[in-house]
Design a protein. Structure first.
Length: 355
């Protein structure tokens, strides 16, 4: 290990109960490493230890959106420059091994070399509140979908007379009818047991509907207040806007360019050219929830926006398929969303023309 009082770079491998932190000097030599608990006192001790190793330049932190979220908030509040570090890929881990000190030193080297340049989300504003509420709403939507699928599946194998009675009904009417079933008899009878199960599933769906509606009532004003210009865009409602806000974070200025936001949302076409063939392929990376939000905007505009319909017609005549046209439209929509987010995050005095 090297002792230094010059500039140093830190790296943190985050876990649920402890964080392992390492320090390297300005040429990448290992200085020291230590482990601290994930408590307020542990965070203070970690920062004091980093300061004792030398002049702290920056700190690379793994998992700033998970185990490292609380530590990132604390270090940012103390004025420490943070860099978001992705964990090493499997090939690198197979070559170098895996341990907490190894991962911590790797995070420090990624921050020092510039291999990692991401700025973590601050997670301390209105968007973080929106994220928390959307998380619960999303789980309720999934549970409702699962319950509806179970109800329909149970009906398929249920008694023939009950199946014939309920088969013509749509989902909403089916749930209402099943909620009103009054099975009376011995539960050892399969017909009675099926009716009981259907009623309980319908009751669960009603409860989840109420929970989702309550979440929507809470989220709509929050999202509108956070980004009124975003909600005003064609095809963007509170649900879509909420997802795009969560993807960008409370500090969308951390996205240094429109292209970076496109990669984050998985709508930046990737080059796949070879020889005389010049083409791009679908980007399957990025935040797929944000990609889905952009897709929903495009579908809305394909139906209601004349300019989008004209673009689709023109590109179709040029030989593009509908999926290819939608990918192009998602990229155009992202440009509009990015400009709206950045302008909303920029203070008014920064937008004023110079005297």
């Amino acid at each position: 290990m090297t002792n230094t009082l010059g500039p140093v770079t830190g790296g943190v491998d985050t876990h649920g109960q402890t964080h392992h932190v390492a320090v390297i000097d300005q040429v990448g030599r290992q200085v020291s490493d230590a482990e601290f608990p994930t408590t307020p006192a542990g965070y203070r001790a970690l920062l004091a230890w980093l300061g004792a190793q030398g002049q702290l330049d920056r700190v690379g932190v793994e998992g700033t959106g998970a185990y490292g979220a609380a530590l990132s908030r604390y270090l940012s509040g103390q004025g420490v420059v943070l860099v978001e570090v992705d964990r090493p890929d499997r090939k690198t881990r197979r070559a170098q091994g895996k341990s907490d000190p190894i991962d911590a030193y790797a995070a420090a080297r990624a921050a020092l070399s510039g291999a990692a340049t991401g700025i973590p989300k601050t997670r301390d504003g209105r968007v973080e509140a929106i994220r928390a509420l959307r998380l619960v709403r999303g789980s309720a939507v999934k549970a409702r979908t699962q319950a509806i699928n179970q109800l329909k599946s149970l009906l398929v194998t249920g008694p023939a007379d009950l199946r014939e009675q309920l088969r013509p009904l749509g989902s909403a009417a089916l749930v209402e009818t099943c909620a009103q079933l009054c099975p009376d008899g011995d539960l050892t009878d399969p017909a009675i047991a099926v009716k009981t199960a259907l009623r309980r599933l319908a009751t669960r769906i009603h409860a989840l509907n109420a929970e989702i509606a309550e979440a929507d009532r809470e989220l709509a004003p929050l999202v509108t207040a956070a980004a009124p210009c975003l909600v005003a865009l064609l095809g963007v409602g509170p649900e879509v806007a909420g997802q795009l806000l969560v993807t960008a974070g409370d500090n969308p200025d951390r996205l240094h360019s429109e292209a970076a936001f496109a990669h984050l949302c998985g709508v930046a076409p990737l080059p796949a050219s070879s020889g005389r063939i010049d083409r791009h392929r679908l980007n399957r990376g990025g935040d797929r929830a944000a990609n889905c939000a952009l897709y929903r905007i495009v579908l809305c505009r394909l139906r209601y926006d004349l300019a989008t319909q004209a673009y689709t017609e023109r590109r179709t005549k040029q030989g593009l398929s509908k999926p290819e046209i939608i990918r192009c439209l998602k990229r155009y929509v992202l440009r509009e969303v990015y400009r709206t987010l950045v302008s909303a995050a920029t203070p008014k005095e920064d937008l004023a023309p110079a005297a």
